[in-house]
Design a protein around this ligand. Structure first.
Ligand SMILES: *Cc1c(COP(=O)(O)O)cnc(C)c1O
Length: 377
């Protein structure tokens, strides 16, 4: 069976993880965490990078930092992972869902303004499949209405929008290093990217259980104490060490994924006339081959597609069930405007296997099983 994903692994992680195991400090913010922070600050270009145990927790930190209060509203697509919403609901926010664009499955920037109310505090664009949202429009809206923008760039590392790295455009952003993403810190992990310097000092405090311990270590205060709300948002040095090996190979990983993505695209180009819809990457967006998805005619054809591939030894998977129709989405959210594409297109979409290290033979099997199915239509 061809799996849907394998965690990225390059071999460069081994030595770093062993070093971290033998270091005198294995808890958070040791040598490897600092190396990773510096890597992101100089290679991605955020003002401040802070590793977290998951992207979910980076989003939770963002919700604390922008001071979400009960009753505040946060605008986001319904077609996203549950953590995008949960991070804000945990602080008492209500979620306002906006429809997606059918070409990218990203929030439709033209529909955001109609969703803004006096209670709106933030917009959370999700860069689906590592393809950028229309950030110029979103940032202009945020400025006009004095809102924060938190990029859910969980899938966005090494992708760009008009030459700018995803995660460096909003006030705050989050990356994921879960094993299903392009880079992992050993299964679970995340990063908070801070682009608005006003958040830096408080972010370090929130991440250190609400204490000023970071300032204490740097000799800026003579004792450390409880000064704010916070939690434990530091990953272990083992996670940072694993990730550091991947960062050193990040260009190689990116190129390899892009190659696999291009192979699929070329192989399926002629199937478009048979009704297989291929992903669209708008002008100005450079993607990172996080995902290769196709769209079928409807839910029924998609079901037959997944079954057929499975019978041919290939695991393909659908993606998000829209949050607005989930039990908690109904309780804490509302949909602004019409659901023209969110539900309909989420039911047609299916993702194909892609991972760093996938062989030509493995990809060939996926391609031929898709061709085989399309031939039956
Ligand atoms: C993976 C993902 C998350 C959650 O990441 P974790 O690191 O597993 O917490 C959040 N949002 C989106 C869009 C994701 O794809």
């Amino acid at each position: 069976m061809i799996p849907f994903n394998k965690p990225p692994y390059t071999g460069k992680e081994d030595d770093h993880v062993l070093n971290a195991m033998r270091a005198s400090k294995m808890s958070g913010d040791g040598e490897y965490t600092v190396l990773c922070h510096k890597w992101f600050e100089s290679n991605v270009g955020c003002k401040k990078a802070l590793l977290t145990p998951s992207c979910t927790q980076a989003l939770e930190m963002a919700a604390i930092l922008i001071d979400i209060q009960p009753g505040d509203e946060v605008i986001m697509p319904s077609y996203t992972f549950v953590s995008t919403a949960n991070a804000f609901v945990l602080r008492g926010a209500n979620i306002v869902f906006v429809d997606v664009r059918p070409d990218t499955m990203n929030i439709d920037e033209q529909l955001i303004e109609a969703a803004i109310t006096p209670r709106t505090k933030a917009i959370v664009p999700v860069h689906y499949a590592g393809v950028a949202c229309e950030m110029d429009v979103i940032m202009a809206l945020a400025e006009k209405h004095q809102l924060y923008v938190i990029e859910d760039a969980a899938q966005g590392m090494k992708a760009t929008y008009k030459g700018r790295a995803l995660g460096t455009i909003g006030h705050l952003a989050a990356y994921s290093f879960h094993e299903t993403k392009n880079y992992t810190s050993g299964g679970e992990g995340g990063l908070l990217l801070i682009n608005d310097e006003r958040f830096v000092t408080r972010a370090e405090i929130v991440r250190e259980k609400g204490t000023n311990r970071s300032q204490f270590w740097r000799g800026m205060v003579d004792k450390y104490t409880w000064v704010d709300v916070g939690s434990s948002y530091l990953p272990s040095e083992l996670q940072a060490a694993y990730l550091y090996g991947q960062l050193q190979s990040s260009e190689e990983i990116n190129q390899a994924r892009r190659q696999l993505w291009d192979n699929y695209y070329q192989a399926f180009a002629s199937l478009q006339e048979k009704g297989l819809e291929l992903p669209i990457v708008p002008e100005g967006c450079e993607h990172n081959a996080h995902m290769f998805y196709v769209k079928l005619k409807d839910l029924q054809v998609r079901g037959a597609f997944i079954e057929s591939l499975k019978a041919q030894g290939v695991l393909s998977v659908f993606h998000y069930v829209p949050l607005h129709s989930s039990p908690c989405g109904l309780k804490w959210g509302r949909f602004s405007g019409d659901d023209t594409y969110t539900t309909a297109d989420s039911e047609r979409l299916v993702r194909l296997p892609i991972w760093y290290g996938m062989t030509e033979a493995e990809q060939g099997q996926v391609i031929s099983s898709v061709r085989q199915f399309m031939g039956t239509l």
